[in-house]
Structure formats: structure tokens, C-alpha cells
Design a protein around this ligand. Sequence first.
Ligand SMILES: Nc1ncnc2c1ncn2[C@@H]1O[C@H](COP(=O)(O)OP(=O)(O)OP(=O)(O)O)[C@@H](O)[C@H]1O
Length: 244
Amino acid sequence: MVTLKDVTLDYGPEKQIFNSFDYTFDKGKIHGIIGKSGCGKTSLLYLTAGLIAPQRGNILIGGTEASPGRRDISMILQDFGLFPWKSCRENLALGLKLRKTDRHEIRVKIDKILTELDLKDRGDSYPANLSGGERQRLAIGRALILEPDLLLLDEPFSSLDAMTRELLQERLLTLKEKSGRSMTVIHVTHSIEEAVFLSDTIHILNSKGEMHRVENNPSGNRYRTSPDFFEHCVTVRRELERRS
Ligand SMILES: Nc1ncnc2c1ncn2[C@@H]1O[C@H](COP(=O)(O)OP(=O)(O)OP(=O)(O)O)[C@@H](O)[C@H]1O
């Protein structure tokens, strides 16, 4: 569970993002955050990752304070944060090496995640030689290989074409299911369809730092073409217009 308690964040007197903000993200669920550009979605992710500190208040993850080097959190930034001078395998190994994981175990985990992400024959390639979709999959792999309790994604698929985007959304759902663990995912997106397809709960943030929750009922890969899906998209669009 991620809990924000009495959080105040501003970037100077003219730019208040949150004022005594209280909020909870339930454990084990996929949460989608949407809202107008500049309302503070990325700031909320950064607060949760401990990358920025609020002027007041606390952010608790599983009961303990958010801080930058936490092992139970992985975050994928908008630019993916891959190391261009390292191969796919080396990019995947990095976090595990820092955790002093046994070499054999590292190899096994890398082989598994490369297979799961359809990157089996790209292990020795460098990020510059990958397509946008492959790079994004590698970034997801690098985050998931660490088996985080909390995965934070900032517009993970925004730069991809529609089909690749949909494939990766489906892949993310499959990996979340396969992980068999109660991983919590919080993702920021500008796409209502993406939020509805992926999220158990959609959170609409407005420019006054208020959040409104819309419960959703995603039902896997077939959901996208069901009447329910379109209905939910319309509901969320209306709420977004009303709440922004
Ligand atoms: N370090 C900073 N210093 C000053 N202002 C900042 C800083 N970081 C963000 N802001 C401002 O705070 C507001 C919220 O930024 P944030 O990136 O959290 O919004 P967002 O909802 O993620 O936007 P977008 O949807 O466009 O990515 C914006 O107006 C932004 O310009």
C-alpha cells in the first residue's frame, strides 16, 4: 500500500501542486493516473519514488518512508534510463549485480526475462540498435527483473505506434499476472484507453491537487474489444472533463 499523508508540494509560491494531500493506492493493484498536462502526475510519481521530497507530510510504502535507493521499488522514466554503452544483457544485469546476486542466478533470470519479453535474440545488442518497442521492453525487463513490490511507470508507451503500444500493454498485464506476487503498479498516462485497459483503479488528478477515483474492471486482453471497454472509456472521459 502507498499512502500519502498530509503532503504539501510546491515549486515556489506560484506553483503549488499538492496542499495537505491525503491519498492511498491499494496494494497489488494496477493504478492509472490521468489528468491535464502540468497538473502534477509526474511529481506524484517522483514523490512516491523518493526522488523529490514534499515541503510537508509523509509518503509511506508498505509502512516505511519513500526514499531513493529502496530495493522494493522500480521506476521507468519517460526516456527509459537505459545505459547506451551496455548491451541488453548488461543493462538487465546491472541492478542484480548491485544486489550482489549470484552470477548463475543472474544468467537464469536474464534468459527468462529476455524470453518473456521476446528479446531472446537481442541480448548482445545495444540500446541504439533496438527499435522503440524493443527499447521499451528492455526498460520494462530491467525494472521487473528486480521483482519490485512497487513499479512506477511514467507514460511508458507514449512514444510507440498504436499496435506496439497495445502489444506492450498486453505484455505488461501478462507479466504482472505471471509474477504471481502482489506487485503494485502505478502508471501515468495521457491515454484514456490505456488507463482503462490496464488499470484496476483510475485516478483523475486535477490542477488543484485533488484526486478522484474511478473503479474499473479490466478483464485481460479481450477487454479492449468489448462493449464494457468503450463504456468505461466514455465514463472516464466524462469524469476527466468534469473533474479537470
Ligand atoms: N523542478 C521543477 N521546478 C519548477 N517547476 C516544476 C518542476 N517540476 C515540475 N514543475 C512544474 O510543476 C507542474 C507539474 O509538473 P509535472 O511534470 O508533475 O506535471 P504532469 O502532470 O506530469 O505534466 P505532463 O502531463 O505534461 O507530463 C508543471 O507546471 C511543471 O512545469
